[in-house]
Ligand binder design. Sequence first.
Ligand SMILES: Nc1nc2c(ncn2[C@@H]2O[C@H](COP(=O)(O)OP(=O)(O)OP(=O)(O)O)[C@@H](O)[C@H]2O)c(=O)[nH]1
Length: 331
Amino acid sequence: MGFMDKLKNRFKQNEKAEEVSTKYKEGMKKSRQTFSGRINDLIARYRKVDEDFFEELEEVLISADVGVTTVMDLVEELKMEVKRQNIKDTKDIREVISEKLVEIYYGDDDEKIEGLNLVENELSVILVVGVNGVGKTTSIGKLANQLKEQGKKVVLAAGDTFRAGAIEQLEVWGERAGVDVIKQGAGSDPAAVIFDGIKAAKARNADVLICDTAGRLQNKVNLMNELSKVKRVIEREVPNAPHEVLLVLDATTGQNALNQAKTFSEATNVSGIVLTKLDGTAKGGIVLAIRKDLNIPVKYVGLGEKIEDLQEFNAHAFVYGLFADMLEDTE
Ligand SMILES: Nc1nc2c(ncn2[C@@H]2O[C@H](COP(=O)(O)OP(=O)(O)OP(=O)(O)O)[C@@H](O)[C@H]2O)c(=O)[nH]1
């Protein structure tokens, strides 16, 4: 059985798996149109796998924001595999591309899904960082809703005291998700808000505290100072916390998102990425660039504006989203 059939079967196993694949399929329409659309076009034009074919394939991958070094690695791997399997016909290369995309994301352990690192029966603290406008508040709301649906008691701390409206916006999401929001007035000290959040979360026996922060990037030193101060409070009040530092990036900003990721990882230890608006970009390859260039796992992707549109990242489903039309062709 070829990789694409395996992929298809994987998401037919049960209702939940099917739901996940549908979400990715719908959310990644734009990326799929350019990605598999252009690969199909290449396959039709070239027929034979040769140097020119690979060169054009490189261009397609780079224009999908996969990132130059990752593209080089990927194409090297593809060439080796083509040789190994003695593939001559370009139409047989789709299988290899899809398989290698999953492999390049996960490395050796291709069943690994890097979910949230939460502790049982104790308070877990998630610190959420990122610049304004990337969908930070929205993602916190969606995440709170999911965790609550899993039976966890969630509290939010409105640590973005800088941006006008951020506190109210978080409150709206808190209401929507049915979780408490701890806040102070606009302009107050974020570390003090987070401290209150921890106290409240402990008093209410919460399982998870999600802390919003302001994302000012103009000055790296300020950003570092603010994040370190918040982190110090968390570390002091809760053992082994923060359990996650999630950086929210907007997929539609392409290479800019990578630059933000670099700056934030220099300011603090980022443990995972939430990549929003994957549905809004034709360049979904940014997922691979983040994984390979920065070595930070993408833990969630935003595939739409609705509360249930935040999905745990799954490289198989991602590749399914990129090739879904072709998978159906083979039925
Ligand atoms: N299509 C789509 N829209 C999204 C996604 N995530 C967030 N948005 C939208 O992006 C816009 C900005 O999101 P916000 O959450 O308001 O931005 P913000 O994060 O509050 O700004 P900060 O909290 O300062 O980062 C909103 O209209 C959201 O609905 C996503 O995954 N897909």
